[in-house]
Ligand binder design. Structure first.
Ligand code: ACO
Length: 367
C-alpha cells in the first residue's frame, strides 16, 4: 500500500493588514483587550478583487513548485473552505481552471475550521487506496466578507488567507500516519452563517436580519474547543501507535491563544511544542493550520523526519486531528515552473469557452 507524503507547501495572505487599533475605530474595543483575550494583534483582509480561488491559486503554485510537480500531473484537487465563491460551482473547480490542472477531479469540502484536516485525510486516503498518485489540498478563506464589522464579539477574530499542500504517493514509509474526524451536529447553531442557503435563501429580510453574517456563541465554542483539542490529539497518537514524546510539534487551529494554552495544559506539554502564529493572522479558519505549518517550515522550525500532530475544531460542530511525518520534497529531476502554466491555463480556458460556444451553435442548427 503506498504512503501519502506531503511533498509541497505554500501559503498566501492578502497584503492589506487590519490591526487591533484599526478595529477599535469601528467598534468599542481596544488592542489590550483583544491581545489578552485572544492573542491576536493583526489580521490580513482580502481586497475586493481577491477571492478564495485567487489566494488558493497563489498558495498552490508555491506548493507545486516545491513538489516539482506540474499542474497537469495532479489527479485530484480538494479545496476546503467555508467562504466559497459560489454555492456552486466548487471553488476547487475555479482553482483547477486557473492552474490548468487538466487531469484533476476537483471538489470543495465543508467542515469549517476542521476542514483542512478532513481534506488532507481524504486526499491521503485516496493515495493510500492506490486510486490516485497525487493530490492538491487547499484551505482557503475570505471570511472577512461574512464578518459583521459592528459585532465586536466576532469581528476581532477572523482573517483571510490560504494554504496548500501537495500529497504524493511513495513506497517509502512516512507522510500521513493517522487521522481522526469527529462531528456533533447538535451544536450546529453555535456558529453559523444562516442566510443564503436553501433554508434561508437570500432575500431582503435575511439581509435585514443580518443572516448573511457570522453568528457565534463564543463562550460555548470556547468551552467545546478546550474539551476536544487535547482529546483529539491523544486519540490520533493512539491510532498512529505513537506516544506524545515521539512527536516534536503540535500544530493547532489558530483561533485563540487561550484555547491553545488550555489544550497544552491538558496534555501537560510546554507551549514551545506548539506552532502558533495567530498574532499576525487571526483565525483564518480552514487555512490556519497550513499557514502555520508553512511558516514553521520556512523558518526551519519543522524539519524533515520530524513527527507532528495537526488538530482543529470548528463549526458543525466538527473536530479532528492528523498525525504526520514531515517529508520535504521528494528529490526529482528537472525544475518545474508551475507559474508558467498559468498563462497556458488562461489561454486554454478561453479556448474551451469559445469551443463550447461554437459547439452550442452547431448543435442548435442540427436540432
Ligand atoms: N472588546 C471589548 N470587550 C468585549 C469584546 C471586545 N471585542 N467582546 C466582548 N467583550 C466584552 C463582553 O461584552 C463582556 O462584557 P460584560 O462582562 O460586560 O458582559 C466581556 O467582554 C466578556 O465577554 P466574553 O464573551 O465572556 O469574552 P471571552 O473572554 O469569552 O472572549 C471570545 C470572547 C474571544 C469570542 C472567546 O469566547 C472565543 O475566542 N471563543 C471561541 C471562538 C472561536 O474560536 N471561534 C471560531 C471557531 S472556528 C470556525 O469554525 C470558524
Amino acid at each position: 500500500m503506498p504512503y501519502a507524503h506531503i511533498t509541497g507547501w505554500g501559503m498566501s495572505v492578502p497584503e492589506q493588514v487590519l490591526t487591533n487599533d484599526d478595529i477599535s475605530k469601528m467598534v468599542e474595543t481596544n488592542d489590550a483587550w483583544i491581545r489578552e483575550r485572544t492573542g491576536i494583534q493583526e489580521r490580513h483582509i482580502a481586497r475586493d478583487n481577491q477571492f478564495p480561488s485567487t489566494l488558493g491559486v497563489e498558495a498552490s503554485i508555491k506548493a507545486l513548485k516545491i513538489a516539482n510537480l506540474r499542474p497537469t500531473d495532479l489527479d485530484l484537487i480538494i479545496c476546503s473552505t467555508s467562504s466559497p465563491e459560489y454555492i456552486f460551482p466548487a471553488t476547487a473547480c475555479l482553482i483547477q481552471d486557473q492552474l490548468g490542472a487538466t487531469k484533476a477531479g476537483a471538489f470543495d469540502l465543508s467542515a469549517a475550521c476542521t476542514g483542512f484536516i478532513y481534506a488532507l485525510n481524504m486526499g491521503a486516503q485516496a493515495i493510500r487506496s492506490g486510486s490516485i498518485k497525487s493530490a492538491l489540498v487547499i484551505g482557503s478563506e475570505t471570511l472577512s466578507r461574512f464578518v459583521n464589522w459592528k459585532d465586536r464579539s466576532t469581528c476581532i477574530l477572523f482573517g483571510d488567507g490560504a494554504g496548500a499542500f501537495v500529497l504524493q504517493a511513495s513506497e517509502q514509509p512516512g507522510g500521513v500516519l493517522s487521522a481522526v474526524m469527529h462531528s456533533d451536529g447538535s451544536g450546529s447553531d453555535l456558529l453559523t452563517i444562516a442566510g443564503g442557503g436553501s433554508r434561508h435563501p437570500s432575500s431582503e429580510s435575511t439581509v435585514l436580519d443580518g443572516k448573511h453574517y457570522i453568528q457565534m456563541d463564543g463562550n460555548e465554542v470556547f468551552r467545546f474547543a478546550t474539551r476536544v483539542m487535547a482529546s483529539a490529539t491523544e486519540e490520533v497518537l493512539v491510532c498512529a501507535g505513537l506516544t506524545i514524546d515521539q512527536v516534536q510539534w503540535i500544530v493547532p487551529h489558530q483561533a485563540n491563544i487561550r484555547i491553545i494554552k488550555a489544550a497544552a495544559r491538558g496534555l501537560k506539554l510546554p507551549m514551545e511544542r506548539y506552532i502558533v502564529n495567530l498574532e499576525h493572522y487571526g483565525n483564518t479558519s480552514t487555512a490556519s493550520i497550513p499557514i502555520a505549518m508553512v511558516e514553521a517550515v520556512e523558518k526551519g522550525q519543522i524539519k524533515p523526519g520530524e513527527k507532528l500532530v495537526m488538530v482543529g475544531f470548528g463549526a458543525g460542530l466538527t473536530w479532528g486531528a492528523l498525525a504526520a511525518e514531515w517529508t520535504g520534497p521528494i528529490p526529482s529531476k528537472g525544475h518545474v515552473r508551475p507559474e508558467q502554466y498559468r498563462f497556458f491555463a488562461r489561454v486554454r480556458s478561453v479556448v474551451r469557452r469559445a469551443l463550447r460556444f461554437i459547439e452550442g451553435l452547431l448543435y442548435r442548427r442540427e436540432l
